[in-house]
Design a protein around this ligand. Structure first.
Ligand code: IPM
Ligand code: MG
Length: 368
C-alpha cells in the first residue's frame, strides 16, 4: 500500500504533537510493509507571517491531492488579543474544511479506564462512556454571511442551514449508529431557532429510513447538562457546527483532557485528521503537550482513509497500554500518578511507539 500524507503542523503545540503522529505512521508503515510518504505545508499564523494568507492556494492543492491530511492546530495569542485583525489563522482551517467539502466531523469520546481519576467528574458517572459525535462542519453561523455595520457597532453571523446539508451528515450519523448501539441523539435548539427546526425536520425524515435506530432529539442546553449528568445516555450525537464545537470541548473532560480527543473530518474530499484541541500557546515549545489526541487522529486516518482497522486498533491499544503502565502527560496526571512517569510530549510519543513495536513483535493477536 502506498499513501501520500500531507502534514500541516500549524501553530503552537501543533508542531510537537504532529511529530508524534508522524512517528506512529512511520512505525505502522515499517511493521506493515506500507509505503507512506510525507510532505509538510503551512496553515495559520505562520502562513500569514510568511505568505500573507492563512492558507495559500498551493498548500490547499497539495492537501487536496494527498491521500490524507494530518493537522495540528491553528491560533495565536496575537489574534486573541486583537479582534480587529482582518487576516486570522482560523480562516485557513475554515477554507480547508469548505474547499475539501469536509462536512462531517467525527469526534469519538472514549474514556480509557486508566483515566477514570483524571476527570473532574465522578468515576461512577463516567465509567464506560463511549460517544461518537457527528459535528456538522461546513455550515451554520461559521459560514453564514458576516456583517459589520459601518460605524462598527453592530455585527452578525448568519446561522443558516440548507436541507441537503443536514441530510448528508444525518445519513452518515445514522449509518454509524447502525454499527454501534443503534441510538442516535440529535441536538438542536428547535425551541428558539428556525434553522434548528429545519434541522429537526430533516433528521426526523432521515430517521424514517433507519427504523432500527432509536432516534431522540434534545435541546442543546439540556444536552450540555445531560453530558455531565449521565454521559452514558449517549451513543451517537448528531449536531450542528457551533453546538458540536462547544459540546465536544465539554465532553473532552469526560475523557480526562482536551489532549485525549481526536477527530476525523470527512465528506467529499481528502480526509482531514486533527486533535480537537487548539494551539495552546501557553505550553508551546516546552515539550509539555499531550500527543495522544494526534496519535488517536492517526488511528482514525488508518481506519477511515486507508481501510486499516487492525492497524488503527493497534495504535489505540498501544495508547491504552502506555496508560496502563502509568505513564501520563501533565494534563492527564492526577495525585496518584507516579511523578517519575509524568512525561513530556516526545517521551510519551516514544512510549507509544515502543508499545507498538512490542505488540508487533509478539504477534498481531496480542491485545492489551
Ligand atoms: C475546533 C476548533 C475550531 C472550531 C477553531 C480553531 C476555529 O475549536 O476544531 O473545534 O471552532 O471549529
Ligand atoms: Mg473547538
Amino acid at each position: 500500500m502506498k499513501k501520500h500524507i500531507f502534514i500541516i503542523p500549524g501553530d503552537g503545540i501543533g508542531t510537537e504533537v504532529t511529530a508524534c503522529g508522524k512517528a506512529v505512521l512511520d512505525q505502522i508503515a515499517e511493521d506493515g510493509g506500507f509505503q507512506f510518504t510525507f510532505e509538510e505545508g503551512l496553515m495559520g499564523h505562520e502562513s500569514i507571517e510568511k505568505l500573507g494568507t492563512a492558507l495559500s492556494d498551493e498548500t490547499l492543492e497539495k492537501a487536496r491531492n494527498s491521500d490524507a491530511i494530518l493537522f495540528g492546530a491553528v491560533g495565536h495569542v496575537k489574534y486573541d488579543n486583537d479582534p480587529t485583525l482582518k487576516i486570522r489563522p482560523e480562516q485557513g482551517l475554515f477554507r480547508m474544511r469548505k474547499e475539501l467539502g469536509l462536512y462531517a466531523n467525527l469526534r469519538p469520546v472514549i474514556l480509557f479506564d486508566e483515566l477514570l481519576n483524571a476527570s473532574s467528574l465522578k468515576p461512577e458517572v463516567i465509567r464506560g462512556t463511549d460517544i461518537l459525535f457527528f459535528r456538522e462542519l461546513t455550515g451554520d453561523c461559521y459560514f453564514g454571511e458576516k456583517y459589520r455595520s459601518e460605524d462598527g457597532n453592530t455585527a452578525s453571523d448568519l446561522m443558516i442551514y440548507h436541507r441537503y446539508e443536514v441530510e448528508r451528515i444525518a445519513i452518515k450519523a445514522f449509518e454509524a449508529a447502525r454499527k454501534r448501539n443503534r441510538n442516535l441523539c440529535s441536538v438542536d435548539k428547535a425551541n428558539a431557532l428556525e434553522s434548528s427546526r429545519l434541522w429537526r425536520e430533516v433528521v426526523q425524515d432521515v430517521s424514517r429510513r433507519y427504523p432500527d435506530v432509536e432516534t431522540t432529539h434534545m435541546l442543546a442546553d439540556a444536552a450540555a447538562m445531560q453530558l455531565i449528568k449521565n454521559p452514558k445516555y449517549f451513543d451517537v450525537v448528531l449536531t450542528a457546527n457551533l453546538f458540536g464545537d462547544i459540546l465536544t470541548d465539554e465532553a473532552s473532560q469526560i475523557a480526562g483532557s482536551m489532549g485525549m480527543l481526536a477527530s476525523a473530518s470527512i465528506g467529499e474530499g481528502t480526509g482531514f485528521f486533527e486533535p480537537i484541541h487548539g494551539s495552546a500557546y501557553d505550553i508551546a515549545g516546552q515539550n509539555k503537550a499531550n500527543p495522544i489526541a494526534s496519535i488517536l487522529s492517526v488511528a482514525l486516518m488508518l481506519e477511515i482513509s486507508f481501510g486499516l482497522p487492525e492497524e488503527a486498533k493497534r495504535v489505540t491499544d498501544a495508547v491504552g497500554h502506555v496508560l496502563k503502565l502509568g505513564f501520563r502527560t501533565g494534563d492527564i496526571a492526577d495525585i496518584s500518578s507516579d511523578p517519575k512517569k509524568i512525561l513530556g510530549t516526545k517521551e510519551m510519543g516514544l512510549q507509544i511507539i515502543n508499545s507498538l513495536k512490542h505488540s508487533n513483535f509478539h504477534s498481531r493477536e496480542v491485545r492489551y
